[in-house]
Design a protein around this ligand. Structure first.
Ligand code: PEP
Ligand code: MG
Length: 549
């Protein structure tokens, strides 16, 4: 038996024969076209062909993994249709007399590099999307020259159910395989946020990455443990029995959790808790709806600002917020205003280097000093509020004047919209309690707003003076630290004394071992990532607070 350790990116255990997928990367050599206008036409035809393929893939993915997962192919299509991208390629064909293949390949390299330089891990993983799009375009160009004749379609490669190994799986590979022939996925390159991982999770396929699988292992029997990130090759009988038991237990627990879809979030002694979801993209919203989250407790709006070259405009933001409000069908959607800076950087903000970014120019500090950015976002949110139940939450508050100023700007925006006769809904205002200062001042702050949401990720980092990004400090980043629990308790007490509701949207809210503690403190709402919703619902329903308060 051989054991390879990797990174678990999609849970579950799968056993079967290994199939090694050799992805053919398209290459392009440079040549000078005899006729530049013909070359431009070749590019336009290939682009149209690739867009058509992407539309078909979207439909396939929608059927297999839901609309949220299919959105990746709409994004690919957007890249191909993007003016900047198109101009880049045509500019090279015309300006530098390049053949279409070489121009498309160099556009791919350029845009991939842009993604690879981003700080956000999720956005860095988008480089794979650019590779995927470039390959598609090159194939479309090659197809025209019949270079791909005789190659079997990806959808027909698998003859029996297998564990698929590859150096890297691009989104279109992952979705084109016949799902009934896939037991699990293992790749050498990837990350928790790469699309292979995202698709694997939505297709409930166990998956690992960061495991190097030699090609000549093809055909060997393996067990893939997507829970702890291990690949067992030719497992011995004891390991096999052990993993089989683990798998049965997992399946039993999963079934139990699934049976909680549609159940109410009420403690055993009858107290109703608002179980909300934290969302960062369309897939999260879809998952939140599937698990019947009572609302969105944290819409991380900064994702709209990352991985691009310029600010998202009012219309683009409005459409994203309205979409969330509409999809949640009247359930509350708490939109957190821009929380950029520190680990979430976008070059076009021109924030510059800082010695201590976590203590630096970030979040509401940017919004209050660059009010043009803030007002555009607020206008978009208020406009979206006409389409559902939308609330606004300001992050990184440390002082009372910041709240007053944010509220003043919000009122100004509302007034402007009123004057323009643009409809808005009723919007509650809240703040995040994620600095020790805000927790300590929560009695004063509670008089200013309708609700608090405790951001325990930052509250922990600032209270314990432990950088949340530094892996070496993990033993010191203690999510059960009594200092943080005391601050939370104090915040809840102060909030309730002023008639303000209080939720927890940091990761501590998704720790089932803390659920009872928080409910005993009187927390009104827990907002967790969609993948933790059912686990926390289970815990809420098991908790009996009678006689414990
Ligand atoms: C937090 O700090 O707990 C929080 C929810 O915000 P983020 O993790 O986005 O900083
Ligand atoms: Mg935070």
């Amino acid at each position: 038996m051989e054991i390879r350790k990797g990174m678990a990116v999609s849970g579950g255990i799968a056993a079967g024969r290994l199939f090694y997928y050799r992805r053919k990367r398209q290459t392009a050599d440079r040549s000078e076209p005899a006729d530049v206008s013909l070359e431009l036409l070749r590019f336009q035809n290939a682009r149209e062909h690739a867009i058509k393929e992407l539309q078909d893939l979207y439909e396939q993915a929608e059927k297999k993994a839901g609309a949220g997962s299919a959105a990746i192919f709409a994004a690919h299509q957007m890249l191909l249709e993007d003016e900047e991208y198109g101009n880049f390629v045509t500019g090279r064909i015309e300006g530098e007399r390049m053949n279409a293949e070489f121009a498309a390949a160099s556009a791919g390299e350029y845009f991939e590099k842009q993604f690879s330089e981003l700080l956000d891990e999720y956005m860095r993983a988008r480089g794979a999307d650019v590779r995927d799009v470039t390959d598609r375009l090159l194939r479309a160009l090659a197809r025209e020259q019949k270079e791909r004749a005789g190659e079997p379609a990806v959808s027909e490669l698998l003859k029996e159910p297998v564990i698929l190994a590859a150096e890297e799986l691009l989104p279109s590979d992952t979705v084109q395989f016949d799902r009934s022939k896939l037991l699990g996925l293992v790749t050498e390159q990837g990350s928790v946020n790469c699309h292979m991982a995202i698709l694997a999770r939505s297709m409930s396929l166990p998956a690992l990455t960061a495991v190097s699988v030699p090609e000549d292992w093809e055909g060997r029997y393996v067990i893939l443990d997507g829970e702890d990130g291990t690949l067992y090759v030719d497992p011995d009988p004891e390991t096999e029995v052990f993993l089989q038991k683990k798998r049965e237990e997992l399946e039993r627990r999963q079934q139990e959790l699934l049976s909680l879809i549609g159940q109410e979030d009420i403690t055993a002694d009858g107290r109703r808790i608002r179980l909300y979801a934290n969302v960062g993209n369309g897939q999260d919203i879809e998952d939140a709806i599937r698990c019947r989250a009572a609302g969105v407790g944290l819409f991380r709006s900064e994702f709209l600002y990352l991985g691009r070259e310029d600010f998202p405009g009012e219309e683009e933001q409005f459409s994203a917020y309205r979409d969330a409000a509409l999809r949640m069908q009247g359930k509350e959607v708490i939109i957190r205003t821009l929380d950029i800076g520190a680990d979430k950087q976008a070059a076009y903000f021109g924030l510059g280097e800082e010695a201590n970014p976590a203590l630096g120019y970030r979040a509401v500090r940017i919004c209050l000093t660059r009010t043009d950015i803030f007002k555009t976002q607020l206008r978009a949110i208020y406009r979206a509020s006409a389409y559902g139940t939308v609330s606004i939450m300001f992050p990184m508050i440390a002082s009372c004047w910041e709240v007053k100023e944010a509220k003043r700007i919000a009122a100004m925006v509302q007034e402007e919209l009123r004057a323009e006769e643009i409809p808005t809904g009723k919007v509650s205002l809240g703040i995040m309690i994620e600095t020790p200062a805000a927790a300590v001042m929560s009695d004063v702050l509670a008089k200013e707003v309708d609700f608090f949401s405790i951001g325990t990720n930052d509250l922990l980092q600032y209270t314990l003076a432990v950088d949340r990004q530094n892996e070496r400090l993990e033993p010191f980043y203690d999510p059960r630290h009594p200092a943080v629990l005391r601050l939370i308790e104090m915040t809840v007490r102060n909030a309730h004394a002023a008639g303000c509701t209080v939720g927890i949207c940091g990761e501590m809210g998704a720790d089932p071992q803390l659920t009872e503690t928080f409910l005993k403190m009187g927390v009104d709402e827990l907002s967790v990532s969609p993948s933790s919703l059912l686990k926390i619902r289970k815990k809420i329903r098991e908790t009996d607070l009678s006689g414990k308060e």
